[in-house]
Design a protein around this ligand. Structure first.
Ligand code: ADP
Length: 475
């Protein structure tokens, strides 16, 4: 099959969260299964090595409204893996800055432009896809376009797929974006793309894609309910028959403790000596005392309400005062949470280290050096870090929601399970989870058995890619 992915993030070139990782790994896995894959994504100012990339189309006039002088772009190309190419949409005004999601007045036009450029690039290059796979809200106007304006065109026979990586971010933009995209005016009504007087991009994608996917079976059920639907639950319910949850996986080229260049020492399920060295190195790197017997709890996260880390911030002082654990956090986002965690580190300098910012290498070293990894998410469509953790023999402490519920087996108090699972995203839930982890850590034989079980889990992208392909086949 010829498969086109449209995504605003593509690791390692651009990544704000799990989306960049997921699209890159899915594309590579589909290529490895023998399919021809192209991933269209913007060429942000932060993407390194643009001048060394190839040029697929030196100039392409894109089918959008507005100022025709702004409708031109260049399409660069870069090989990702055998059979897999990234097509970067180069447009200085829209994407020349470093940020992936900057707040700007024309955010709706900018969001749509690269995806539409991707469709037009396919036609110009004579590469006609069987599947057009859209990822998240920025690409949401593509399925309605394919069902209306582009229906009789060269891409009209392609089957559209939308993956919801996070239903919270929907893209609500002014009515004029409908004209910019070339969509018929009659779609501006409440049972179509209209929402609160604007155009809701994700709603358009959900209503019009032939297949709607999300990133875990539990999240696929949760988003049918008001508690997780972010106001779109009725829209999602209209597509319940076309909706399926497929788990993401772990990219072993990137996350494998036996050959991870970021670690002080490699290790594997069969030989965990290197993990102890990684723990000591992590504590040294973060200027914490290297006490090998004290459990280290790690966090790597965007600091947003979704992630429930405000709960951790409220609960941790008590545990740190008891000197029960060491806590390390890498993340950025909400200013008050950043400040709160900075203060926590200042209050407990010998037990808590906090790095505000984005640090790829350190994220690998935390996964390797921690004993536990905390994810108290209020909702979590899939979550990648709990899977990376298990792959690194680090036991996740997670709230039972979305992909966390689908990937972590609760410790049964004996030797079964792969982590600690708690039910409620509240203070009592998080404290219970942390204390349960300490209880497990205090019993070395059980802890070792649970760690072995975690290391045995198979979160392969191949399985995920195969399931996608089965869904494509029925689309
Ligand atoms: P989300 O997509 O909601 O942010 P995921 O768990 O699916 O959550 O994916 C987050 C990804 O981003 C992981 O690969 C994680 O390691 C990475 N990440 C998040 N924050 C940082 C950071 N500050 N530094 C390095 N990597 C980070």
């Amino acid at each position: 099959m010829k498969i086109l992915h449209l995504s605003p993030e593509l690791a390692p070139w651009s990544k704000a969260g799990g989306l960049g990782d997921a699209v890159a790994a899915l594309a590579k896995s589909m290529g490895a299964l023998g399919h021809e894959v192209r991933v269209v994504t913007p060429l942000y100012g932060s993407v390194p090595g643009a001048e060394r990339m190839g040029v697929l189309l030196p100039s392409l006039q894109v089918g959008v409204g507005g100022d025709p002088r702004k409708a031109g772009c260049r399409v660069r190309t870069q090989s990702v893996a055998p059979q897999v190419e990234a097509w970067f949409i180069e447009h200085e005004d829209y994407y020349g800055a470093r940020e992936i999601y900057p707040p700007r007045e024309d955010a709706g036009e900018r969001a749509h432009f690269f995806a539409r450029a991707g469709l037009d690039a396919c036609v110009a290059a004579g590469w006609i896809p069987d599947i057009i796979h859209c990822h998240d809200w920025t690409t949401g106007l593509i399925p309605p376009l394919l069902n209306t304006t582009l229906r009789e065109g060269p891409l009209g026979a392609a089957s559209s797929v939308l993956t919801i990586h996070n239903l919270q971010h929907q893209g609500l933009h002014p009515r004029r974006t409908l004209d910019f995209a070339g969509l018929p005016a009659h779609l501006f009504r409440p049972d179509e793309l209209e929402c609160l007087g604007g155009v809701n991009y994700l709603k358009g994608g959900i209503l019009h894609a032939r297949t709607v996917l999300t990133v875990s079976p539990t999240y696929a059920r949760e988003i049918l309910t008001p508690a997780f639907g972010h106001g779109l639950e009725d829209v999602v319910r209209r597509r319940a028959d076309a909706l399926h949850g497929i788990l993401n996986g772990v990219d072993r080229d990137e996350w494998d403790p036996a050959r991870d260049p970021h670690l002080a020492q490699p290790f594997s399920a069969g030989d965990l000596a290197g993990k102890a060295a990684c723990k000591a190195a992590l504590l040294r790197e973060l200027n914490l005392p290297t006490e090998p017997d004290r459990p280290v709890v790690g966090v790597i996260s965007r600091l947003w309400d979704q992630k429930g880390l405000d709960l951790a911030l409220a609960v941790l002082p008590r545990l740190l005062r008891e000197d029960a654990l060491r806590f390390v956090l890498l993340g950025s986002g909400d200013a008050s949470l950043e400040q709160g965690f900075r203060r926590l580190a200042a209050e407990f300098p010998a037990a808590c280290a906090v790095k505000i910012g984005y640090d790829h290498g350190l994220s690998h070293r935390i996964e390797a050096g921690a004993d536990f990894f905390l994810m108290p998410s209020r909702f979590e469509p899939c979550g990648l870090n709990q899977m990376y953790s298990m792959t690194y023999g680090t036991l996740p402490i997670v709230r039972e929601t979305g992909g966390l519920a689908d990937t972590v087996i609760p410790w049964d108090g004996e030797k079964k399970g792969t982590g600690v699972v708690f039910t409620h995203a509240d203070l009592a839930g998080v404290e219970w989870g942390l204390r349960r982890a300490l209880e497990l850590y205090a019993q070395p034989k059980k802890f070792a058995a649970v760690r072995r079980e975690a290391l045995r889990q198979d979160f392969s992208w191949r399985r995920s890619a195969e399931e996608h392909l089965r869904r494509y086949a029925v689309a």
